[in-house]
Design a protein around this ligand. Sequence first.
Ligand SMILES: NC(=O)c1ccc[n+]([C@@H]2O[C@H](COP(=O)([O-])OP(=O)(O)OC[C@H]3O[C@@H](n4cnc5c(N)ncnc54)[C@H](OP(=O)(O)O)[C@@H]3O)[C@@H](O)[C@H]2O)c1
Length: 269
Amino acid sequence: MIIPHIGFGTWPLRDEVARDSVAMALDCGFRHIDTAQAYDNEKAVGEGMRASGVTREDVFLVTKVHFDNLAKAKFLPSVRASLDQLKYGKVDLLLIHWPPRDDALFDPAIDALCEAQGLGFAKHIGVSNFTPKLLRRAVKRASFPLIANQVEFHPLIDQTKLLAAAKELSLTLEAYCVLGRGKVLGQPAIQQVAERRGLSEAAIILRWVMQKGVIPLVQTTKCKNAKGNLTALDFTLSEPEMNAISLLTKTNQRFIAGGSWAPDWTDGA
Ligand SMILES: NC(=O)c1ccc[n+]([C@@H]2O[C@H](COP(=O)([O-])OP(=O)(O)OC[C@H]3O[C@@H](n4cnc5c(N)ncnc54)[C@H](OP(=O)(O)O)[C@@H]3O)[C@@H](O)[C@H]2O)c1
């Protein structure tokens, strides 16, 4: 797998909190940092990476193009601005943050994403918040492989169809809102596994996501939580444990609906 198995999210961290949290996460062992133009923290993220004891080559850095920057005239200048903010010549993965609201922008946005890779601004490219239907269309249009789709994914949402589409198209799902910003914590089925194993609920949830073949992103400002979250790399859930947690997906709750810029989530899903 090209993308490290777990990533550190940076929304809604800003300024020195973002810088210090990124440095803390890298020093704790994270090697995958997720930012976006929309988070208004790319400068601080770059500073945090340089403040850590970890070299640039060892970090998988992801940023995302804002939905207001998808038109041809804005796309590449916005990527150049991101790189200026980060103070790095390229990112490891460049994503379109949300599918274009204007259908006429769809193909030009995918073309510009590929051009960004061709120009060396990104080692790899992908998308975020794309439904199965939009994903198929994007892959068909793209002149370079799309390697990832970053989406809401946790034990309380049913993303079976999206997972199947990603497999069919040979791309990886990255999971955001894995802890549902706290709302996924407190589920008895997860608590029982956590208690039995003497681990945190967060570690169990992150591990469940990983064993679904998905790469979890998780954000924290606390060193203790960052270290605890990384323990998800160190154990394996049994099939009965996986199945017990998977039953929760029947509730099918989406926490990040996305407002007016969101796609029709039922579209091919
Ligand atoms: N592509 C998209 O549209 C999109 C949308 C949303 C998010 N994202 C990305 O995904 C990242 C993660 O998603 P998210 O921030 O929505 O949600 P999340 O990771 O589910 O939740 C973050 C919250 O969980 C808490 N937390 C972290 N580890 C914990 C632990 N071990 N125990 C208890 N609480 C813990 C953190 O608080 P403490 O500081 O107290 O630990 C933080 O408030 C974002 O930062 C962003 O980079 C992408």
